[in-house]
Design a protein around this ligand. Structure first.
Ligand code: 5GP
Length: 208
C-alpha cells in the first residue's frame, strides 16, 4: 500500500506570489493536488465558485463549522476562510500530496491536528516588492491593500513556527526548491515505516 501523502501548508503575505507558485507546481508535478477552501468573501473578477473557492454565505459557513466539515478555519480581514475535510483526507489516504494555501492561524491549527504536516512560508524578496506586487495586481481597493499590508506585519511575527522559509524571487527556482523540499520530506524515515519494516524482514532472512 502507498504511504500516506504529505499535507503541505503554504502561507505567505498576501502578494508573496503563492497563487502563481502553486499553479506552476501543479502543472509540473502530478503528485500534488490543491485543496479548495470555502470563504465568505466575494468572488473577484474571473473567480468561479468551486474553482478558486467555494463561495458561501456567513450562515452557510457557520453551518459547515457546526457540522465539523472543516479541518480548520480562520477569520482574515473580515471574512471566514476554511478547509473542507473530506477532500483532504481522501487524497492523503490515496497517497497524494495535498497543498493548503492558508494563512497563519489556520497553519498553526493544521500543525496541531496533523503533526506530520509540512509548513512552508513563502516570502517576497523585500517589503517594498510586496507592496509593489499588491498594488500592481489591481484587484483590490487601496483600503484593502493597506489592510493586507498591515496584516503582513502580524503574520511576520509567526514565521518561525514554519518548517521552511522560501524566498520567491525567481519563480522557476522557487518551484524547484519547493519540489525538492517535498521530495526530501518523503524520504524521511518516519514517513517510510512500511518500507523499512519490509526491507528489514527481507534482510533478516539472510541471517545465519
Ligand atoms: P484571498 O482573499 O487573497 O484569496 O485570501 C486571503 C488569505 O486567506 C490568504 O492568506 C489565504 O492564504 C488565506 N486562506 C485561503 N483559504 C484559507 C483557508 O481555508 N483557511 C485559512 N485559515 N486561510 C485561508
Amino acid at each position: 500500500m502507498a504511504e500516506k501523502g504529505i499535507l503541505l501548508v503554504v502561507s505567505g503575505f498576501s502578494g508573496a506570489g503563492k497563487g502563481t507558485l502553486l499553479q506552476k507546481l501543479l502543472e509540473k508535478y502530478d503528485s500534488f493536488v490543491l485543496s479548495i477552501s470555502a470563504t465568505t468573501r466575494n468572488p473577484r473578477e474571473g473567480e468561479r465558485d468551486g474553482r478558486e473557492y467555494f463561495f458561501r454565505s456567513k450562515e452557510e459557513f457557520e453551518a459547515m463549522i457546526e457540522a465539523g466539515d472543516l479541518i480548520e478555519y480562520a477569520c482574515y480581514v473580515g471574512n471566514y476562510y476554511g478547509t473542507p475535510r473530506a477532500y483532504v483526507e481522501e487524497q492523503l489516504a490515496q497517497g497524494k500530496d495535498v497543498i493548503l494555501e492558508i494563512e497563519i492561524q489556520g497553519a498553526r491549527k493544521i500543525k496541531e491536528r496533523y503533526p506530520d504536516s509540512v509548513l512552508l512560508f513563502l516570502s517576497p524578496p523585500s517589503a517594498e516588492e510586496l507592496k509593489r506586487r499588491l498594488i500592481s495586481r489591481g484587484t483590490e481597493s487601496m483600503e484593502v491593500v493597506e489592510n493586507r499590508l498591515s496584516r503582513a506585519a502580524q503574520e511576520a511575527q509567526g514565521m518561525e513556527d514554519y518548517d521552511y522559509f522560501v524566498i520567491n524571487d525567481n519563480l522557476e527556482d522557487c518551484v524547484r526548491q519547493v519540489h525538492q523540499i517535498i521530495e526530501s520530506e518523503h524520504a524521511r524515515c518516519f514517513r517510510n515505516g512500511e518500507q523499512i519494516r519490509k526491507i528489514r524482514e527481507e534482510v533478516e532472512k539472510f541471517q545465519k
